[in-house]
Design a protein around this ligand. Structure first.
Ligand SMILES: [Zn+2]
Length: 149
């Protein structure tokens, strides 16, 4: 996931429009909806597949700044949003959602039969809980809060 965010924030996400710039493809269309030019904004926000994921995952919370903001502002405001939703900080669910959008997009590229499970929120919530649990345990080990056998 760190690798994805490094690529995203350095403008290196290999969407089809970026791949076209580098001569890696002549097809800039979105592999998921096949109706838009796949750039980062389309990948993460304007694709109908992404919109469905956001609606399912966020229930409007992570889109509180709207999709009209510049992409960087939208990313920053949501990654700094510490409001707790479904027992997890909003920034965690937002970050996981971004990562899953990329992961599912890549799955679709390499497997044309791949389709995103309809319960996006359950998948993201499950990973959120696992992340929090793993980080609580790691944090507790450091502080000596719990004893690990
Ligand atoms: Zn699309």
């Amino acid at each position: 996931m760190q690798h994805f965010f490094w690529i995203l924030f350095h403008g290196k996400t290999l969407t089809n429009s970026q791949r076209d710039v580098h001569g890696l493809t002549g097809d800039v269309s979105c592999p998921r909806c096949e109706s838009g030019i796949e750039d980062v904004n389309h990948l993460l926000r304007s694709c109908r597949v992404s919109i469905a994921v956001w609606e399912n995952i966020s229930r409007g919370v992570t889109t509180s700044t709207g999709f009209n903001d510049e992409l960087d502002s939208w990313l920053a405001s949501n990654l700094c949003n510490g409001k707790v939703v479904n027992s997890a900080p909003n920034y965690l669910q937002f970050a996981l959602s971004l990562w899953f959008l990329w992961k599912w997009r890549c799955n679709k590229v390499f497997d044309a039969t791949f389709s995103v499970h309809q319960s996006h929120n359950l998948i993201v919530n499950s990973f959120s809980r696992e992340w929090l649990k793993a980080n609580f345990i790691a944090s507790a080990k450091i502080t000596g809060f719990i004893t690990v056998a």
